[in-house]
Design a protein around this ligand. Sequence first.
Ligand code: F0G
Length: 484
Amino acid sequence: MTTARQQCINPACAAKYPVTDTLVSCRACGSLLDVLYDWPSDLPKTLPAIPSPRSHTWAHPDASGVWRFRRLLPFFAAEGDIVTIGEGQTILQRADLLAAELGFDPDCLHLQYEGLNPSGSFKDNGMTAAFTHARMVGAKVCACASTGNTSASMAIYAAQCGIKPVIFIGEGKIAYGKLSQALDYGALTLQVAGDFDACLARVRHIAENIPAAGVYLMNSVNPFRLEGQKAVMYRVLQGLNWRIPDWVIVPGGNLGNCAAFGKAFMELKALGLIDRVPRLAVINAAGARTLDTIYNKLNIRWNGGKYFSDGGSTKVNAEYTRMDAAGEGGRAHTIASAIEINRPVNLPKALRALEVMNGEGCDSFHASGGVVRAVDDETMKHYKAAVGKFGFGCEPASAASVAGAHLLLKEGLIKPHHVVACILTGHLLKDPDVTVGYHTGLNTKAAPQPAPSSPPAGRYANPPVKVKDDLNEILRAMGVQHVA
Ligand code: F0G
């Protein structure tokens, strides 16, 4: 018997919904949802006892670096529900050469290589959980807006379980490595004349308001996705032999990852499995720095959930109105296309994570909570190359975490002896243009895009479909008869 429910994150609302409902927001107040549990009494009392005792085997789902921790995400009814492709076999790498280069003490800087997942990014941690839920509720069509990695990950899972995938990408806003994955995995790929924020607004509208489309939404507003992404933190702890790091540093885009990390530590603490919590640093790209503005300039905080009533959420909406008026609404711009996002949908959960992950019990502790910084494109390229030179490489957005670690070290907030875990979210090969550009000076993206010289003729050819940012045109391209 599952003991899970969905619950609104706004404490003043706290509306509850069955785990079998398909929702992306609270029906009562519109806020985000959590998946919450009545933890079973036989849950182990120590962290090392949490992973499945069979996790040394290669049997499903024990081979998965998400599901070996399934005691901490028990929303599924039976193990047979679990959809897994062996995600999460990723490592926390002690990065002593990079540490020496940047001025950390040995054994202090650690890199969590999430690019080593099956689709090449951390998203697989979330998709395995969301697809498990999608199959539980009998979804037939899944969809997402994406800067690339979500779509690649969604498409590979959809291909495994026969759920039809529809992808919304902003035209010209996606690295080719990622686009090629979506096409190869057979997803219907709509290139919408707009950016990520516009694509997400469209697909969310369709999922919530157009039942004829039958869309199960796979973006990180889906609370089940974030359940899977908690496992990244469990693996960091396991990689440190269950030591708690002083810092966890992660790039911030739509803010699903940091939201999931915060929930992971909230739960571990409430369960009495840990007595210390790392301090969180979220790193924006300077060209897409909404969280940085909201946290550091406007000083908006979660405030134990009073964010919804103390003026916090009102100020965020006012900031969005200001951005629109100033023409910044659709103008996020960074070479780190993965995090080129101006309206991060998980913002309230990210603020909650920044409050929870305050370094309690660690040398990094500060009552004010986590920190947010923004780094520019040149800086990300620089640290990306450093990660490549001294490690397994990563894509531009991922390098924001190492850039942030060095920045905070120079600011004196991080001490050289602090134990730091930087999350490297995506694989080096996701965006070869930026890497080739950095090392050779070639601007491959400046080359004019030639028209296809011949129509694609392969049996499985699956070209992207260009559409205007228009609801009716999008629905037609999806083959949905009903027009709202
Ligand atoms: N790093 C990479 C490589 C990403 O692809 C993303 C997000 C992030 C960091 C930011 O993570 O959204 O949880 O804060 N990519 C999404 C996508 C938005 O569509 O692939 P976040």
